[in-house]
Design a binder for this molecule. Structure first.
Ligand SMILES: Cc1cc2nc3c(=O)[nH]c(=O)nc-3n(C[C@H](O)[C@H](O)[C@H](O)COP(=O)(O)OP(=O)(O)OC[C@H]3O[C@@H](n4cnc5c(N)ncnc54)[C@H](O)[C@@H]3O)c2cc1C
Length: 108
């Protein structure tokens, strides 16, 4: 993250009308103190690459183009669009804003 990203000292928000400072959000030492981590700005592609590489290092099996159609929460089984079925001890839904899985979990 530190190699690819930029650690911020802070961000200044200014009025588009006259450039007047509206707000300053402190990064640097203040951020470290509050969150025990630096405030880093990083390109999304670099960030995703770091996540993917770290997951692989930890032994995660990444399967692309695997669209989930349905989850059977009783049997903890995932049904994919291509007909494949996968059983797991734990299923973590991370399908973002569409929330197909979250919606299904909420309704079941
Ligand atoms: C323009 C924009 C700028 C942003 N800027 C920032 C920022 O600067 N900093 C920040 O912290 N956040 C930012 N965000 C918010 C951030 O992108 C989201 O909060 C974050 O990506 C959410 O992560 P997620 O894993 O929940 O969902 P997502 O990143 O949306 O990932 C969901 C994944 O699930 C997959 N998926 C969906 N449905 C299924 C299905 N049925 N089967 C299989 N896979 C499925 C999708 O293809 C996708 O890959 C920004 C968002 C936008 C739109």
């Amino acid at each position: 993250m530190k190699q690819k990203g930029v650690v911020l000292d802070g961000t200044t928000y200014r009025s588009y009308r006259d450039g007047k400072v509206l707000r300053f959000m402190a990064g640097g030492a203040r951020h470290l103190q509050l969150y025990k981590a630096p405030w880093v700005v990083i390109h999304r592609a670099d960030y995703l690459e770091i996540l993917v590489e770290t997951a692989k290092l930890l032994g995660v099996d990444i399967q692309l183009n695997a669209i989930i159609k349905h989850i059977d929460f009783e049997k903890t089984v995932v049904h994919f669009a291509d007909g494949k079925v996968l059983a797991a001890d734990v299923i973590v839904g991370a399908d973002g804003k569409q929330q197909v899985l979250g919606f299904q979990a909420h309704c079941s």
